[in-house]
Design a protein around this ligand. Structure first.
Ligand SMILES: NC(=O)c1ccc[n+]([C@@H]2O[C@H](COP(=O)([O-])OP(=O)(O)OC[C@H]3O[C@@H](n4cnc5c(N)ncnc54)[C@H](O)[C@@H]3O)[C@@H](O)[C@H]2O)c1
Length: 352
């Protein structure tokens, strides 16, 4: 399993993640599995089968608060203790936080180890496992330290979704809706109507989301040309709303509300039509409601937006949308967002 150009590789579906990893080991690669502690406890047969197949399992506590230098340092020590060397393959199984942490550890330990990604949340399957970004959070901000380190393979086992809490499902659906809104109206409609309990539907949703993200990443693997900026649609205001709520409003709901609000801003700026805005606003508000913000809240939200990572020369920026499936601007997609537009678009968002 050698990859000439890892960015071109499409994720695979595996009938059983343990057998898949054991087959890699049998093919001659020493495999060390870093498995989300929660996933290991929900799927005890997974760790059992891996150990039986001769694969060392390192159970790891995942979650945003563990995507840190301290956790990375501990993982380096655990991998070395478990016998890792430069030729070992790190197999990371978990949500986006664990994949980011284990991928980044693999990027730097022994100056770079190969790794495979086994996403276990919808968000990780449809989004975080694609695109080669790995990293950790620091006090100054999320994902500020990291590396591009493409996994050798992304292996998806759909039944992991069965144990996912509703909030985590919504987090994933938010990104799938985004993929549809920025690139494919049919996909957007498919996600809107998807029953998350229907595995056939979810398989199709995940596959299409992966394709869309891969298409974008292939154009700009190392995030240099601005092609990947469109993946931030909804996230300028979405992140602001998440911060404004003191992280009580879940990430997925914040992003969904952010996408509706940024579509309203696109209408105010004259690049989205009223019917297109209304359809998107009404459909997304069924998922995530409409945030209630007073004048003081708006000022505080603006304060958060002024610290957004995409800002340049003091300008807050967002990716306007023309209609479902199509961005309003060519690459690099971003336009300035003014405070008056934020206020005016909020009024439209509330009125519908
Ligand atoms: N690298 C990228 O390109 C990229 C893209 C998008 C997001 N991300 C990152 O992904 C992270 C979010 O990922 P996430 O939403 O998967 O969060 P997460 O990794 O925190 O997982 C969410 C929760 O679900 C649990 N979990 C995992 N699999 C489960 C399963 N099968 N059943 C039940 N519970 C399960 C986890 O223990 C955790 O409590 C963020 O840190 C974000 O920065 C990275």
């Amino acid at each position: 399993m050698t990859l000439k150009n890892p960015t071109l590789k499409t994720p695979i579906s595996v009938p059983d993640p343990a057998s898949y990893l054991i087959s890699l080991k049998k093919a001659g690669r020493p495999v060390l599995a870093v498995v989300s502690r929660r996933v290991a406890s929900l799927y005890p047969r997974l760790a059992g089968a891996l150990e039986k197949g001769g694969i060392r399992v390192i159970a790891w506590t995942d979650g945003e608060e563990n995507k840190t230098y301290a956790s990375k340092r501990k993982l380096e020590a655990e991998l070395i203790k478990a016998g890792a060397d430069r030729g070992s393959l790190v197999a990371a199984a978990g949500g986006g936080t664990l994949l980011d942490l284990a991928g980044f550890t693999a990027a730097t330990l022994f100056r770079g180890m190969k790794w495979v990604s086994v996403p276990t949340t919808l968000l990780a399957m449809a989004d975080a496992s694609i695109g080669g970004k790995t990293g950790i959070n620091i006090k100054e901000g999320k994902n500020l330290v990291g590396a591009f380190h493409f996994p050798e393979e992304v292996a998806v086992w759909l039944p992991f979704l069965a144990s996912l809490p509703k909030k985590e499902m919504t987090n994933g659906l938010a990104e799938c809706l985004k993929h549809g809104l920025i690139a494919d109206e049919d996909h957007y409609l498919e996600v809107l109507n998807a029953d998350p309990g229907d595995m056939k539907v979810m398989e199709s949703v995940i596959r299409r989301s992966q394709e869309i993200k891969l298409d974008i990443v292939r154009k700009d693997p190392f995030d240099e040309s601005g092609e990947r900026n469109i993946l931030n649609f909804g996230h300028t205001i979405g992140h602001g709303l998440e911060k404004l709520s003191g992280y009580r409003r879940p990430h997925g709901e914040s992003v969904i509300a952010g996408m509706a609000w940024e579509t309203a801003a696109s209408l105010v700026e004259g690049c989205c039509s009223k019917p297109a805005f209304r359809q998107i606003r009404n459909a997304l508000s069924e998922f995530a409601g409409v945030p209630r913000i007073d004048g003081r809240g708006m000022e505080r939200l603006w304060g958060h937006l002024r610290l957004d990572k995409k800002n340049r020369e003091g300008e807050v920026r967002y990716a306007p949308l023309r209609e479902a499936g199509s961005p309003a601007l060519p690459t690099p997609y971003l336009a300035p967002l003014r405070f008056e537009v934020l206020e005016e678009s909020y009024r439209l968002l509330v009125e519908g």
